[in-house]
Ligand binder design. Structure first.
Ligand code: AMP
Ligand code: MG
Length: 486
């Protein structure tokens, strides 16, 4: 691995230099060969060597591990110091294409940011993050990636004793809105400026020449969030903990905790056991992203203009654009799912009608849209209609929709292709992920995980031998709650 550790060059308040705490008996669960290739990582190591490396027992040459400092709003409440309490950044690696990625071990032992925590991760959440982050990537959603997972040979103690694991995470950045909040809350303007400059130089170099690069940074980060959340909504993803410390500045999905996928459509769906009031419910995600960006704007204000009134006015203007831009992005994603252009006002109305019927009928979010695309391919509407308990309303809707499709100047083939590429067949359904976790934790059996990963690697393709993996859970398989990774 070729390391280039630019974050270590920042002032010392930005991080703690700390090595991973070695573990007893690391065993490799999985190594992502394809990702390793794109990163230019030498794959000629034995499983034992990989286990040593990705457990933190051996520190690769050129790495200079650090734990990053950050703060964050958790469920709306500001916490002035969070930071990597169970993770270390090994460094930044450069790929053969001269791209730069962070490589981080998660579950690697205590740091000065651990507060009461043990710095470790149970195996279950490691498996969940590996599966879901890789599935998200294959679905075309910006996301951190998973390079490796190991078991530690040690127990972690939660309500019961659980096997421990470590995940190796690859991210374009580990800078979060909470990193800015950390310095803004302390009124350390010099550090705030250093962080903003670093962020621009590393992630948004084109902003260097803009008239007010900090204002442009705010706008660009908002745009990335809008694009990301619209994509989440399109596939029924619920992050579960959209705190500002889990909001990446580059717009990647980060920190897979109690995340989950919606089976039947309902905007108020919540799975996370810690989200008692549904703050991060499926349908709230766009407005929460807006709230998070307002927090980011507050941080940047002192850099945007020395005159605080002027700064506030300019930042507010960007934030005020958020809801409308979000709506446009969301409509683009959602109308594409029904094969229509969002710019046509009829499309949006037709979409809303469908969603309302789906809500009443508890229709499966994934299958309903997928089977709709199959109608265009001449496969009939039986499977689509099966997603509804009552057929009269949906039959009327289908007539209306068919007329709109005909009105478009596109061929059926083009429409079908476009719809299929935005309506997956396979998503990491909660019951499937839980099943893979159970096999891993109870029996040290990772075959379910690997099968699931292979299917989810091609989410938009029909894979006839895996039709069971398309199906929503049977009543006894339904997952009602998910838990955070701590
Ligand atoms: P998360 O819920 O993963 O976003 O974590 C929120 C905060 O709690 C972060 O600062 C984590 O580093 C910290 N944290 C979570 N789990 C642990 C743990 N087991 N030990 C120490 N810190 C932790
Ligand atoms: Mg976090």
């Amino acid at each position: 691995m070729l390391f280039d550790n630019s974050y270590n060059g920042l002032p010392q308040e930005f991080f703690e230099r700390i090595n991973p705490v070695p573990v007893q008996d690391p065993q490799l669960i999985i190594f992502n060969d394809n990702l390793a290739k794109t990163l230019g990582i030498d794959e000629s190591k034995t499983r034992k060597q990989l286990a040593e490396l990705f457990s933190g027992n051996v520190i690769p040459k050129g790495s200079s591990p650090i734990a990053l400092a950050y703060a964050g709003h958790q469920f709306g409440q500001f916490v002035s110091q969070l930071g990597d309490g169970r993770a270390v950044l090994l460094g930044e690696i450069s790929t053969p294409e001269q791209k730069h990625y962070d490589i981080q071990l998660k579950g690697s032992g205590q740091t000065k940011f651990s507060r009461q925590g043990d710095g470790r991760a149970p195996l279950g959440p490691v498996i969940r993050e590996y599966i879901v982050s890789e599935a998200m990537h294959a679905l075309g959603i910006p996301s951190t990636r998973s390079l490796a997972a190991v078991t530690t040979g040690e127990k972690v103690y939660r309500e019961t004793a659980l096997p421990g694991g470590i995940l190796t995470r690859i991210a374009e950045s580990h800078i979060r809105v909470g990193t800015f909040e950390y310095f803004a809350a302390q009124n350390k303007i010099e550090n705030l400026k250093t962080l903003a400059e670093y962020t621009i130089k590393r992630h948004f170099p084109l902003l260097k020449d803009s008239r007010n690069s900090y204002l442009s940074l705010l706008e660009l980060v908002c745009d990335r969030q809008i694009e990301l959340i619209a994509k989440w909504m399109g596939i029924g993803f619920i992050h579960g903990v959209m705190n500002t410390d889990n909001t990446s500045i580059v717009g990647e999905t980060i920190d897979y905790g109690p995340c989950a996928f919606m089976d039947s459509y309902n905007p108020s769906t919540v799975f996370s056991s810690i989200d008692a009031h549904g703050r991060y419910a499926f349908g709230n995600q766009p407005s929460i992203a807006h709230w998070n960006m307002a927090c980011f704007a507050n941080c940047l204000a002192p850099l945007i203009d020395q005159d605080s009134d002027k700064a506030e006015e300019q930042a507010q203007e960007v934030i005020n654009q958020f809801p409308n831009k979000m709506k446009v992005a969301l409509m683009t994603v959602m109308c594409k799912k029904i094969g229509l252009k969002s710019t046509n006002s009829n499309s949006q109305e037709t979409l809303q009608k469908l969603l309302s019927i789906m809500l009443d009928n508890e229709s499966d979010y994934t299958l309903t849209f997928r089977y709709l695309s199959e109608i265009i391919k001449g496969k009939g509407n039986t499977l689509f209609k099966k997603q509804f308990l009552e057929h009269k309303q949906i039959s009327n809707w289908l007539k209306e929709w068919t007329d709109l499709i005909k009105d478009q100047s596109l061929s059926k083939k083009e429409i079908a292709l476009s719809m299929e590429s935005s309506n997956p067949v396979f998503i990491p359904r909660n019951h499937l992920v839980e099943r893979a976790i159970e096999a891993a934790v109870e029996n040290n059996d990772f075959s379910e995980m690997k099968t699931l990963l292979a299917i989810l690697n091609r989410p938009y393709e029909e894979q006839s031998s895996y039709s069971d993996f398309m199906k929503p859970p049977k009543p006894h398989e339904v997952v009602h709650q998910t838990f955070c990774g701590t």
